[in-house]
Write a protein that binds this ligand. Structure first.
Ligand code: ADP
Ligand code: MG
Length: 282
């Protein structure tokens, strides 16, 4: 695009809350054919609420989980922390991005996160666990003494703008994919609600990067849309990284396009803007 066309596009974008970082963002935006979207905080609001607590000592499970999560930045963490009046002060906190977190609470080493981080789901919890996941909830394991002692079940809401945004992407001939570290069942629930067919779920952070690399190697030009702390590497690994909403510093740094409008229709709009800018100079 000519410098003038780029200036015009930047002005139009800025008024709509769309900021493309330089020439690369504009040129790549118009070549994108695959749009990969993160689930939590991107397709959903990320304002999670605790629905229930599983385990034989649910109060203890929630209290210990809340103490650990005081140190985390994940959407899961703020929901868990605010569900307890006064969470204990954790010691030796370790964040495990895309997995969970670990800390010592009142002398006990507690792990919160994906079940595979903690141990096997006990048979006594299996039925309730599966039911919660089928309802589209995120189920977070809480363990100590090398065992899963219970779980926190959380609900999240799909953004009102998500389905219209996905429809607009498809209308523009782009292929949407939902990429999530959450369980397949929870991811599928959101995908169905917004109209996405392809779901890649249950993947670790490295798995997200491997998926993006594989798609690019197969010839796709891939945009990655994300928000949170955990999304920085994925945004950088795509051809084009788009950070939505408030975002974190890490995500904003890694992104090529920043969408300050907390409305997902800014995604198809940003890509359309780039295409229109290209056309004006032909
Ligand atoms: P998504 O891809 O949906 O945005 P993430 O990759 O951030 O999800 O996290 C994947 C999974 O890892 C979550 O569904 C949860 O099971 C676990 N997890 C990540 N961070 C935390 C945390 N701070 N506390 C508990 N569980 C976590
Ligand atoms: Mg996320």
């Amino acid at each position: 695009a000519t410098p003038m066309a780029m200036v015009v596009a930047s002005g139009r974008g800025a008024r709509r809350g769309i900021f493309l970082k330089g020439h690369h963002a504009l040129e790549t935006s118009r070549r994108v054919d695959t749009v990969v979207l993160d689930k939590t905080g991107t397709l959903t609001t990320g304002r999670m609420t605790v629905v229930s607590v599983l385990g034989s000592a649910p109060d203890l499970v929630l209290e210990r989980a809340a103490a650990v999560e005081r140190g985390s930045e994940h959407a899961i963490a703020s929901a868990v922390v605010s569900s307890v009046p006064v969470p204990a002060e954790p010691e030796d906190f370790v964040a495990l991005p895309g997995l969970g977190a670990r800390a010592v609470v009142s002398g006990v080493a507690v792990t919160v996160g994906r079940p595979d981080l903690v141990g096997e789901v006990p048979a006594s919890l299996a039925a309730e666990w599966a039911t919660a996941e089928e309802a589209g909830h995120t189920v977070v394991a809480v363990g100590w003494d090398a065992r899963v002692q219970g779980a926190v079940v959380l609900a999240d809401e799909v953004k009102l703008s998500a389905a219209p945004a996905v429809a607009a992407l498809k209308q523009a001939g782009l292929h949407p994919v939902l990429l999530s570290g959450d369980h397949e069942r929870a991811a599928r629930h959101v995908a169905d609600a917004v109209g996405i067919d392809e779901v890649v779920a249950g993947v670790l952070p490295e798995g997200k990067l491997a998926f993006l690399a594989a798609r690019r190697a197969a010839g796709a030009v891939v945009a990655m849309v994300g928000d949170g702390v955990n999304d920085g590497p994925a945004l950088a690994a795509a051809d084009l990284g788009l950070a939505v909403g408030s975002g974190t510093d890490v995500a904003l740094d890694a992104a090529d396009v920043i969408l300050v409008r907390d409305d997902l229709t800014a995604v198809p709009e940003a890509l359309a803007l780039a295409r229109a800018t290209h056309r004006t100079i032909r």
